[in-house]
Design a protein around this ligand. Structure first.
Ligand code: UD1
Ligand code: CA
Length: 462
């Protein structure tokens, strides 16, 4: 195995995005552009990865601080060749090959990168570039081949002749170089061109002048190597990723009623025979089992939904787990590590935070349950509120198996309602309730006989 070093160019500003955020931190299907690139390259097992940062360098570095990456700072940014020069103390001492990637080409796949590396090593070329063919190649660097079909050089659109501009094979900005050979030409770049920049692409011509071999791998799917330069291109790639994911899900047996209005991030898994209605958003590694139904206007993020669960219209579920055959919604909000047991029911306008509900427990209407541990077969009546926050700290409510909580009750935490107890409707519970007891904590009702009738009569006389 030859040693591989990775260099990701990400110092550019991305002027056309008109953003205060650096280009590579714009998001696509839930991840930043640069994360897409890093993730695609990860399986290649490079010995080290360096990211060239420049514009808003600090922000880019912070966003990637959870990964083991090195950074080179390019300031000012004088072109892609300059970026590789700046990073030379990182790559020059290494053996083997340097794979250069663009931080703004997010859909590049691991398979294509492998194909590039395999051909590069297999042919013994000094450099191998990834190209593609575009119907409209304007703006890109063109791949110039000799009559034998061998790559001779790359010419940037702005520097190209009319004849060169008719070439449809373009440079994707992804290359593999033999480090020892690149080291010999990288300092010979000149900025005598229309953009007054040091072009990395000129290394191809410089290597050819030294009679080194340069190869190219043609990528058949141009969307895989599209760069993001504007908000429209960002939206276009978002659409490509989304359609790709939905197509895969449908092949795997998921029903998607309207793919045009269904948003599923690539990290999401869904079992067969599940149905997604329009306007469903599934995000951040959410796992959905088989035979689930997710009705319109539901967003589920970083959650697990087991088999046969029904999520009715307009729910938000984040960082939560719903066990098999339960029903949630419409209009429910589950968050912060909530766990709903199997065959449970959570109904309209119920908010549940950091709580566990046991199997077959019901909270069917209008409740807030926070920091609660609720057993099995519990009935949480309409309008029940756990008063979990005393203004300083969050306290726990424990409701054991088989408890019946009457409607419109408040449970002032910390408090425990033991097994099988009953809470009368309208109670404010602040002391623990013993097993199988009835707790009533509301003011006594007084009926004043004939009061209303007398009032009506006295009004009539006035
Ligand atoms: C580059 C290629 C072009 C190719 C196109 C593919 C050159 C000279 N041209 O052009 O042949 O068709 O990509 O998309 O390389 N960057 C830096 N520092 C700099 C300049 C750029 O790190 O000083 C980074 C950018 O952040 C970006 C990448 O390099 O990630 C490409 O730069 P960009 O300015 O988009 O190059 P293009 O003009 O598109
Ligand atoms: Ca570009």
């Amino acid at each position: 195995m030859r040693n591989l070093t990775l260099l990701i160019l990400a110092a550019g500003k991305g002027t056309r995005l008109k953003s205060t955020l650096p280009k590579v931190l714009h998001r696509l299907a839930g991840r930043t552009l640069i994360e897409h690139v890093v993730d695609a390259a990860r399986p290649l097992n490079s010995s080290a990865t360096c990211v060239v940062v420049g514009h808003e360098a600090g922000q880019v570095q912070t966003s990637l601080s959870h990964l083991t990456l090195q950074f080179s700072i390019q300031e000012p940014q004088l072109g892609t060749g300059h970026a590789v020069q700046i990073a030379s103390e990182f790559w020059k001492p290494n053996q083997g090959d340097l794979l250069v990637l663009s931080g703004d080409v997010p859909l590049i796949s691991t398979e294509t990168l492998r194909r590039l590396l395999d051909q590069h090593i297999g042919t013994g070329a000094s450099a191998t570039l990834l190209s593609t063919k575009l119907e409209d190649p304007s703006g890109y660097g063109r791949v110039i081949r000799n009559p034998a079909g061998e790559v001779e050089r790359i010419v940037e659109h702005k520097d190209a002749t009319d004849e060169e501009r008719r070439i449809v094979e373009i440079n994707t900005g992804i290359y593999c170089f033999v480090i020892a050979d690149l080291a010999q030409v990288i300092d010979q770049l000149s900025a005598k061109n229309s953009q007054k920049e040091y072009y990395l692409t000129d290394c191809v011509g410089l290597l050819r002048k030294r009679s080194k071999r340069v190869g190219a791998v043609v990528c058949e799917d141009p969307s895989e190597v599209s760069g993001v330069n504007s908000r429209s291109e960002l939206a276009e790639l978002e659409r490509v990723i989304r359609q790709r994911k939905l197509k895969q899900l449908m092949q795997d047996g998921v029903t998607i009623i309207d793919p045009a209005s269904t948003y599923v991030e690539p990290s999401v898994q869904i079992g067969a025979d599940s149905v997604l209605y329009p306007n469903v958003f599934l995000e951040k590694g959410t796992v959905i089992g088989a035979g689930c139904q997710i009705y319109p206007n539901v967003r589920i993020t970083a959650s697990t939904i087991e088999d046969g669960v029904v999520v009715l219209d307009s729910c938000l579920i984040s960082e939560s787990h719903i066990r098999a055959r339960s029903q949630v919604g419409p209009f429910a909000h589950l968050k912060s590590h909530t766990v709903i047991g199997s065959q449970a029911r959570v109904g309209n306008f119920v908010e549940i935070k950091n709580s566990r509900l046991g199997d077959k427990t019901k909270a069917a209407h209008l409740s807030y349950l926070g920091d609660a541990e609720i057993g099995q077969d519990v009935n949480v009546g309409a309008g029940t509120i756990t008063c979990n926050y005393d203004g300083v700290s969050k306290n726990k409510t424990i409701i054991e198996d088989g408890v019946f909580v009457g409607s419109d009750s408040q449970l002032i935490a910390p408090v425990t309602v033991h097994r099988g107890a009953y809470i009368a409707a309208g109670s404010t519970i602040q002391e623990d309730v013993p097993e199988d007891a009835l707790a009533i904590a509301r003011s006594q009702q007084v009926n004043k006989e004939h009061w209303a009738k007398k009032r009506r009569e006295s009004r009539r006389k006035e």
